[in-house]
Design a protein. Structure first.
Length: 124
């Protein structure tokens, strides 16, 4: 009498549930990373510090870890000394005069950004 040995199938055959789930997971992660890159590239990201009323208007390096920075806040401009371990207020300046350029720099909403992107690509 002959006995036949059974050969077990490898678990990672084409169409196996493990490969399908892994592929779907990889696809979802890739999709999320691509969307995040596109959002960052076209400036559709969320509120930045400038949107909250804080803007660095000038900066200069004094040494390897020391800087002097002028920061525009809502009601004043601050001259700050920045080191690796602390930040010191060196001087307080009056607020910068409001110009037409400053009003033009307001962040655009999603709808206007999409319209401008579609117009650039030749679609309307």
């Amino acid at each position: 009498m002959k006995t036949e040995a059974t050969v077990s199938q490898p678990s990672a055959v084409p169409g196996s549930p493990l490969l399908q789930v892994s592929g779907a997971l990889f696809g979802i992660i890739a999709f999320i990373l691509i969307i995040a890159w596109i959002a960052k590239r076209f400036g559709v990201a969320g509120k930045t510090a400038a949107g909250r009323g804080l803007k660095v208007s000038a900066s200069t390096t004094l040494g390897p870890r020391e800087r002097v920075v002028i920061v525009d806040v809502e009601d004043a401009r601050l001259v700050l000394g920045v080191t690796a371990s602390n930040i010191n207020v060196l001087h307080k300046l009056p607020p910068a005069p409001v110009t037409a350029e400053a009003n033009a720099e307001t962040p655009a909403d999603f709808q206007s950004v999409m319209k401008s992107l579609l117009k650039r690509s030749g679609r309307s």
